[in-house]
Design a binder for this molecule. Sequence first.
Ligand SMILES: [Zn+2]
Length: 390
Amino acid sequence: MSPSAVVWDSALLAYDMGEQHPFNPVRLHLTMRLATALGVLDDVPLLSPEPAGAKELYRAHSAEYLEAVQQAPMAGWDVGHGLGTEDNPVFTDMHDAASLVVGSTLLGARCIAEGRAQRAVSIAGGHHHAMHDRAAGFCIYNDCSVAISWLLEQGYDRIAYVDTDVHHGDGVQAAFVGDPRVLTVSLHQHPFTLFPGTGYSGEIGIGDGEGGAVNVPLPPNTGDAGWLRAFHAVVPSLLEAFRPQILVTQCGVDSHREDPLADLSLTVDGHRTIYRELRALAERWAEGRWLAVGGGGYQLMRVVPRSWTHLIATVLDHDVTPDAPVPAEWTELVRGMAPSAEVPPTMSDGADAGYSPWGDGLDDAVDAAIRDTRRAVFPLHGLDPDDPRD
Ligand SMILES: [Zn+2]
């Protein structure tokens, strides 16, 4: 059995909201080319997805919304459902393109559920803002929610979703907010300062699912050290308490310091460290099962390809060292597209991505966020919010 599955097909590049739109599929193309040039994908078969059908899409979306998406390219300007806006423009064959994204994440989930792989990665997925009845934040269909719903039907009843995108994973949280079988954890830039304006530490779930939504809103400019400090103060304890059977992670890289749409200050080295932590947590607390998807990331050439190459490499246990040179053929590819681009020479930003653990008596703005989140949800999981050992 191959321990890891990589889902990819160039047909996924059809999810294209236009040349001027930040969600440009060139980032996926450049990632796959970089991973290939570095040898990360040597002897790794790429699994080609089928579009998700209506039966699967109904897991996360209403019939009226599906109809609206299918009709939108022919329907003129007033289609509603968040479509035809600056964020979510209507584009040719958008239903097919968005269905294929969902199919990719589902294929990864299927490989794991059927025992064909322990881990799977689909960088085209991670459309975490899409809601039951509307498009939002560049996302048409929510592949994360569909895949989690499908996994529930296969008998998984403890699924942990961890979202490291700079934006709150609001669509996934909304889909499972009352369901005690799904734990959603999102670390993101503070909602007061960024779309979608939700993800406060007090959003903890409802009813039987109380404690099942966890939010860590981080102040603008938080860097690798603060982000990793918050992650370690919140996520491992919750996973230990929840004991998921599978870890699903949305790995958006718009938390990078060069990202044009947000204001956190992580580096490629920080991203690489996050993936290694997620892998270790899946091994330790999720029976080794890890489904990783992409997400946001709008520094198309300098950041996304390197960060997601590290993601794919980590999933495959083909880890790339930070000082690995970026292959010349890839640099030429980028320069051919953008002659003035400053292509980074290595797979690192030169950051050390270290952090000091929470509980050392400091109390800066990141620590305040950590404290608020722990106090809001830790008692609901039998954990002590004020004890750094938890
Ligand atoms: Zn994002």
